[in-house]
Write a protein that binds this ligand. Structure first.
Ligand SMILES: [Zn+2]
Ligand SMILES: [Zn+2]
Length: 352
């Protein structure tokens, strides 16, 4: 089968790999659609293969690391012991797979599993394996499109998770720093959860438009205005109830910590990648009394089912995030496009 493999730092190639077999507890999915995500860029550009081998044991092939952690498709093979899905079911897998048995998984925190869970890999191929399938796979209702379903595996769950874990209440004000695909999902999540005022911070014109479409009341362009001063002006110098950091830089984290009201919540979901440490501005009253919460993609069957329920019944349509379509053979070009942020690119629907 054809598969996109990281053969060197920053470089992917389409190679022929054997179709994987389903071991105990595993399934093999025949890919209907996959996509490129910001985390893929970190795996490709910043993360040595030795580190990927730790994050995803068993992943490395002689040629390199099989890319892709966001996919949707039909069950092709069911391994021994899997009881909840059958061959032919249309399913999505969590991008972070938990074992289902360790203390973290039993607590519902599948994404920080310590019992053998790992990042999913190899979705940018004709077939890929999902371990602990009974824990990490959800069936997709026929009403939900591939585009919407695939977002429930990662960035929708993460973006909505930023809002859920901030415990945003009806009518709360929120400021979301950065409107890439993840930040846009946080904006949609804030709107779905009943936020009052939604302020977003973004400079790319197409992303500004999409931010308004998905629920932002006001978009601040940081190239034109200082976001923190502007947020203070918009809230009678109080700050917002919730801020969300959605890209993973010191500047946006700093903005999020300074624009929240006293007693409010800073919710960080950006992936800081190679940034080894972030610092906090302490010379502000809000520093001494507020919550800071971080969230790594809430995962597992139940979480994805909740996301699918929103997509099916909740009038949430994230399909517009798919700005480009490509064939699997062109996946290396999809990486170049996604990295460039040119042409209004947000999500790229890649089909075999
Ligand atoms: Zn992702
Ligand atoms: Zn676990």
């Amino acid at each position: 089968m054809r598969a996109c493999v990281k053969t060197a730092m920053g470089k992917t190639e389409m190679l022929d790999l054997p179709v994987p077999k389903a071991g105990p507890g595993e399934i093999v999915i025949k890919t209907a659609m996959c996509t490129v995500c910001g985390s893929d860029m970190h795996w490709l550009d910043d993360t040595p293969n030795e580190v990927l081998a730790v994050l995803a044991p068993g992943s490395l092939t002689p040629q390199g690391f099989p890319m892709g952690h966001e996919g949707v498709g039909t069950v092709h093979e069911v391994g021994p012991g899997v009881t909840r899905v059958q061959v032919g079911d249309r399913v999505i897998p969590s991008c972070l797979v938990g074992c289902g048995r360790c203390p973290e998984c039993l607590h519902g925190d599948f994404s920080v599993c310590t019992g053998g869970g790992r990042i999913l890999f190899g979705c940018q191929a004709e077939y890929f394996v999902v371990p602990y399938a009974d824990v990490n796979v959800a069936k997709v209702p026929p009403e939900v499109s591939d585009e919407n379903a695939i977002l429930a595996t990662d960035i929708m769950s993460t973006g909505f998770g930023a809002i859920d874990r901030a415990e945003l209440k009806s009518g709360d004000s929120v400021a979301i720093f950065a409107q890439g695909p993840l930040g846009l999902c946080a904006t949609a999540g804030a709107r779905a959860r009943g936020a009052g005022l939604i302020i977003t911070v973004e400079s790319i014109p197409e992303r500004i438009e999409m931010s308004k479409r998905l629920g932002a009341n006001i978009v601040i362009n940081p190239k034109e205005k200082d976001p923190v001063s502007e947020i203070m002006n918009l809230t009678d110098m109080q700050g917002v109830d919730v801020t969300v950091e959605a890209v993973g830089t010191q500047a946006t984290f700093d903005g999020a910590t300074r624009a929240v009201r006293r007693g409010g919540t800073v919710s960080s979901v950006g992936v800081y990648g190679p940034v080894p440490q972030i610092s906090m501005f302490t010379m502000t009253p809000a520093f001494y009394h507020r919550r800071i919460v971080t969230t790594l993609c809430p995962s597992g069957h139940d979480r994805m089912t909740h996301m699918l329920n929103l997509l099916r019944w909740g009038s949430v349509d994230l399909g517009p995030l798919f700005t480009h379509r490509m064939r699997l053979a062109d996946t290396p070009k999809a990486y170049d496009l996604f990295r460039s942020k040119q042409g209004g690119v947000l999500k790229i629907a890649i089909t075999p």
